[in-house]
Design a protein around this ligand. Structure first.
Ligand SMILES: NC(=O)c1ccc[n+]([C@@H]2O[C@H](COP(=O)([O-])OP(=O)(O)OC[C@H]3O[C@@H](n4cnc5c(N)ncnc54)[C@H](O)[C@@H]3O)[C@@H](O)[C@H]2O)c1
Length: 432
């Protein structure tokens, strides 16, 4: 099988299947299609499939023109028909891995995708799990059943884990120039995945096992969560000492070695940093070990929306106002700058607090037109025109999108800036 796959790689007749066409799966699929490789994208949502087949993209990192070209050239097609798995050689699983309410991993999407794949599995299939998950998932969920079906892994069927490192909104580092880590179940598995991935990606780094590759991803995201937790605590400490946190971090970052700057904020957001470390701490609890750094960072980061809310209360108090009945403008609801993703966004927590305290809440975000918190539906204001019309009591900057002119807020009585975007000459600013 390995020789036949290698021949298909060299003449580009290899076919790629991608299960889950979201923030991760779609860029992955398009990166291969752009290299002249046929890609079939699988999703369970018919509407998404239809949109994509029309050459329209719902992922900002993939502009319509890019998608339309690979659709028109017949290098990319989306489908809900999983029987087409039989037609592809490599199957990349990019389905969600959220947390349950109890903060335990929800791997039901991986299991559902696996069950579909296993209906059509055949000799020559290369299966790569890309969804972020706890160490051991690939070997627990994929390997035993493939063996039970009588396939020899590394000869008939090839299996690996390869963590997705995509950073939505990052124009410098894309799926193509960010090194891709691959941990195959056997040496042959790693070799074949490396050769296929090298069609679309500049650098492929092989590690010794799927579990090692799973752990690489969790180290990367735990590293971020813990360092953000640390710098959030430093922000609280600086506030108590009357020191400007941002000035401290910027000066510390002039050290050319041994220091990497992280910045405080109103809380973690997105599908990765607030979630992934819990996959590791859950796994460790099953082994009777408490992952202490993860829990502490999660506690500090989780308290940040409330900490920032207290700063707002203090600021309003300073101008003899209460949150109750105040008109508050929330600037930014996406979880990070220059993207439209509001999953786990700290803005949603902040808005919930404002609602609970009786504020009249408005928002502006250039990337988000409407969203819901509980039963309330919000529609963005017209910025800056509505600033004067509505007469806000305060603005709270939660997301620091690049293309927003914050100087338009200058005349407000109070601005809570949780991202340090407001220049020094502004008056009435409370900074995190
Ligand atoms: N978004 C990121 O920035 C990012 C970065 C690195 C890693 N990851 C990881 O990648 C994985 C995917 O994340 P995402 O952000 O792309 O999620 P997403 O929600 O944007 O996309 C997932 C897609 O999978 C589809 N889907 C769900 N179940 C399916 C099934 N059984 N078969 C086929 N399709 C199915 C959904 O309809 C959706 O279109 C997660 O494990 C995530 O942690 C995400």
């Amino acid at each position: 099988m390995i020789e036949s796959l290698k021949r298909k790689i060299s003449d580009r007749s290899i076919k790629i299947g991608v299960i889950g066409l979201g923030y991760v799966g779609l860029p992955f699929a398009v990166s291969f299609a752009e290299q002249g490789v046929e890609v079939i994208g699988f999703d369970i949502i018919e509407e998404k499939v239809n949109i994509l087949n029309n050459g329209e993209s719902y992922i900002p990192d993939i502009p319509n023109e890019k998608l339309k070209k690979v659709v028109d050239d017949k290098y990319f097609i989306a489908t809900t028909d999983f029987s087409k798995i039989d037609e592809v050689d490599l199957i990349s699983i990019c389905v969600p891995t959220p947390l349950r309410k109890t903060k335990d991993p929800d791997i039901s999407f991986i299991i559902a995708a696996r069950d579909e794949i296993f209906k059509y599995i055949r000799k020559g299939h290369v299966i790569v799990l890309e969804s972020t998950t706890y160490p051991g998932t690939t070997e627990e969920l994929l390997i035993p059943e493939i063996k039970n079906k009588g396939f020899e892994i590394g000869n008939d069927v090839f299996v690996a884990f390869s963590p997705e490192r995509i950073d939505p909104g990052n124009e410098k580092y894309t799926i193509v120039n960010t090194p891709k880590v691959v941990g195959g179940y056997s040496e042959n598995c790693s070799i074949i995945v490396k050769e296929i991935y090298s069609i679309a990606m500049n650098t492929v780094v092989i590690v010794g096992s799927p579990a090692t590759a799973e752990m690489v991803k969790l180290l990367e995201n735990t590293y971020r969560a813990v360092n953000i937790g640390l710098v959030n605590e430093i922000a609280i400490i600086c506030q108590k000492l009357g020191i400007n946190t941002w000035e401290v971090i910027e000066a510390a970052a002039t050290k050319p070695y041994g220091f990497m700057p992280f910045f405080p904020g109103p809380g973690l957001g997105g599908h990765c940093i607030p979630i992934d470390p819990h996959y590791l701490s859950w796994k460790m609890r099953t082994l009777n070990y408490d992952a202490k750094f993860i829990e502490l960072a999660s506690q500090i980061n989780g308290e940040m929306p409330e900490y920032c809310f207290r700063l707002l209360i203090k600021g309003l108090n300073g101008i003899s106002k209460s949150v109750n009945k105040s008109k508050i403008l929330v600037m930014g609801v996406a979880y990070k700058k220059n993207i439209d993703d509001i999953r786990e966004s700290p803005s949603l927590d902040f808005i919930k607090l404002l609602e609970d305290y009786g504020a009249e809440v408005y928002f502006y975000d250039p990337y988000v037109k409407t969203f819901n918190v509980g039963k309330c539906e919000y529609t963005r204001i017209s910025f800056p025109d509505d600033i004067e019309k509505v007469g806000f009591d305060a603005a709270v900057i939660i997301t620091a999108h690049s293309d927003v002119d914050y100087s338009k807020l200058m005349n407000l009585q109070l601005i809570l800036d949780t991202r340090n975007v407001i220049k020094d000459d502004f008056k009435n600013v409370v900074r995190l």
